[in-house]
Structures are given as C-alpha cells and as structure tokens.
Design a protein around this ligand. Structure first.
Ligand SMILES: *Cc1c(COP(=O)(O)O)cnc(C)c1O
Length: 378
C-alpha cells in the first residue's frame, strides 16, 4: 500500500524531545521554541514569529489582532480549508467568497476590488499547494482601501513570491506544522508579523492575556492580567520535534521536490494527450512541493481513477469541497459574483501521494498506474 501521507521524520526528533525533558522545562517558550522562531525570523526576514498550537490558532490570533469585529466582511476563496473561515466567523465576521484562478486554485485578485464594500476589513489569500497568490496586486488593493491582509500560508513554508517568503508579505502570515504539512510538529503552527506595533498585543493574547513574555525577558518584575487572551503556546516537546525538521529544511524540500518533478515529468504526455491537467506554477512563484495534484475530465472520471488506484494499493484523495456549498458556509457567508471555476475545478482535482522519503519505485508505480488507467479507458 502506498500511503497518501507519512509524517516527516528526520532522525533527531527523539534526541531533541529527550533533551527538552531533561532540561526540566516542557511547557511553552523554552529553548526549542526560541530556536524555531529565531530560525524563521532570520531565514524568512520576518519581524516577529510566534510559534502557536496550530495554523488555525495563528489565524484566530491574526483575526483578533486585525480588529475584526461583528458585521465586518472578510474576502477569501471558497476553495480552502475550513480553518481559513473559522477564525473570522469566531470574531463575528461575514465571509465573502470570491472565485479562483483555474490554473493555480488561488483567489482571483482581479475580482477583489468589486467585492469590497464599506464593511470590508480584510483580505485572506490562501497560497494553495505552496504556490503564491498574486501578492503585489493584492497588497496594492489592500493599501488603497485600508484593509488588512492575512496570508493563510499553512501550505507555504519555504515557498516564495518574487523572493519574499510567503507569510511575510501581508500584515500577518499563518503557517501550519500539522503532520500533513512539509515540516511538522504533530500539531502546531506559527504567526508571522511584519509591523512591530502588533507584537506586544500578540504576546499577551498568546499568554492568556498576561504580560508574562515581558516578565520572562526581565522587562518587568511581576506579571499580571492586562488584556483579553487565550492559550496558544505549543509545548517544548512539539517544538523539539519541529526543530529537528527545520534543521533539515533543505533536505526535506529537495526530497519532496524530486517527487514533485518526477510526477510532473512523467505525467506530461497525459496532459499533451488531453487526458489530464497538471499544476501550473506562475513565474513569480517559487513553490515548495507541498502537494502534487492533477485534474481529471470531471468528477465521475476522478471517482473512477481514485477507485482504480485504491484497488492497486495507492491511496489518493480529492480536496476541498467549496466552503460556500457547505452548511456553515451558507450560514456565515455568500459567494460574490459567479462561481465559474471554484466548484467545477474542485470536482476535477485529486492529490497524489507525497511525503518526505517517498521511494523512487513507489513514485514510478503511481505514474505507471495512472497511465494504465487512461490506456484502459481508450
Ligand atoms: C492545514 C491547513 C490549515 C490548518 O492548519 P492546522 O495547523 O491544522 O490548524 C489552514 N489552512 C490551510 C490552507 C491548510 O492547508
């Protein structure tokens, strides 16, 4: 059986977890948390990175820090994971879904301006598959209309837009280190901020509404409750796992890229024959091989291909059912304009097995079986 995903493991994780235990500190904001956030701040040129318990929580923090309040509108794609929407629903916002580019499945920035109303407060681009949205255009529109930009870069760690790390372009960026992502800590994430004005409030929000972070830095001599807060700190055990991954960031990237490139090269002929459509990476984007997907003719063909591969021991999955067609999506949001691509393209898309350490023979078997499916069809 070829799994769809295997959580990344590089070899040092257990040593670092042991080290955390032996250090006598396993709650949040210890040595490994600091190593991870310092590493990201430096590598991605981020003003501030706070490790969080998930990307969902990083998005919740961003929604709060951006001042989203009941009745505000937030513009996002409908083709995304539920967390992108949940964070804003929690603040009482109304969701305004816009259509995607069929080539990248990212929000179509050309539709943004028309979707803006007096109530609009934020734009939430999602960098699908670690392929950047058209950020220059999005940032320009946001600036013109005084809107916050919160990047859902859950899939975008180690991916870039015109040389800038995803998650560092908008006011806030949110990373995921869930076990299905390129770099993992089991469950976890990070909030990235570019403007120092948010940092203190973010630290307070993350530390149950206290100024404990200041206290730990020795800036004050006791800590107290200063504002609304929650608990978004991951434990050192999780951070220790992540540190082993970040140390091998390049190695993990290279390995995934080899699989991605193999799929892309070996499925070229099927695209040329008009059987499938392969992913497209715009010239401004440097992707991170987060996922490899292909598009079949329609949903019936996709169902048959997934079934065929399953019968042959290959586990593939389809992706998001558009949020605007879900129960909660209808309740909390509306689709702006015409759904030309979101539903149609989401029904054709399926993801191939992709994980760190995937064997060459396994990749080859996957592409062979896809070829066999289309040969039988003829
Ligand atoms: C994985 C993912 C999330 C959620 O990440 P968690 O760390 O599991 O909370 C949010 N948005 C997108 C686009 C994702 O792919």
């Amino acid at each position: 059986m070829i799994d769809f995903n295997i959580p990344p493991y590089t070899g040092k994780e257990l040593d670092y977890i042991r080290e955390a235990i032996e250090s006598g500190k396993i709650c949040g904001d210890g040595m490994f948390t600091k190593k991870c956030s310092d590493w990201m701040e430096e590598r991605y040129h981020a003003e501030k990175v706070l490790l969080t318990t998930s990307c969902t929580h990083a998005l919740e923090m961003a929604a709060y820090l951006a001042g989203i309040s009941p009745g505000d509108e937030v513009i996002l794609p409908s083709y995304t994971f539920v967390s992108t929407a949940d964070a804003f629903v929690l603040r009482g916002a109304k969701l305004v879904f816009i259509d995607v580019h069929p080539e990248t499945m990212n929000m179509d920035e050309r539709l943004l301006e028309a979707a803006i109303t007096e109530k609009t407060k934020a734009i939430v681009p999602v960098h699908y598959a670690g392929v950047a949205c058209e950020m220059d255009v999005i940032m320009e529109i946001a600036k013109k209309h005084h809107l916050s930009v919160i990047e859902d870069a859950a899939q975008g760690v180690e991916a870039f837009y015109k040389g800038k790390a995803l998650g560092t372009i908008g006011d806030f960026g949110c990373y995921s280190f869930h076990e299905t992502k390129n770099y993992s800590m089991g469950e976890g994430g990070a909030l990235l901020m570019q403007d120092p004005k948010y940092v203190e409030q973010a630290e307070i929000l993350r530390e149950k509404g206290t100024n404990r972070s200041k206290f730990f830095r020795g800036e004050i001599d006791k800590y107290t409750w200063v504002d609304f807060g929650s608990s978004y700190l991951p434990s050192e055990l999780n951070a220790a796992y992540l540190w082993a991954q970040l140390e091998c960031a390049q190695q993990i990237l290279d390995d995934r890229m080899a699989t991605w490139n193999f799929y892309h090269e070996n499925l070229r002929d099927l695209e040329e024959d008009g059987c499938i459509v392969r992913p497209y990476v715009p010239p401004y984007a440097k992707h991170n091989a987060h996922m490899y997907y292909l598009k079949t003719k329609d949903i019936e063909e996709r169902t048959r291909l997934i079934q065929f591969l399953k019968e042959n021991g290959i586990h593939c999955v389809f992706h998001y059912i558009p949020l605007h067609s879900s129960t909660a999506g209808r309740q909390f949001g509306r689709f702006f304009g015409e759904d030309r691509y979101t539903t149609r393209e989401s029904e054709r898309l399926m993801r191939l097995p992709m994980y760190y350490g995937m064997r060459e023979s396994d990749r080859g078997y996957v592409t062979d079986m896809i070829h066999q499916f289309y040969r039988q069809k003829r």
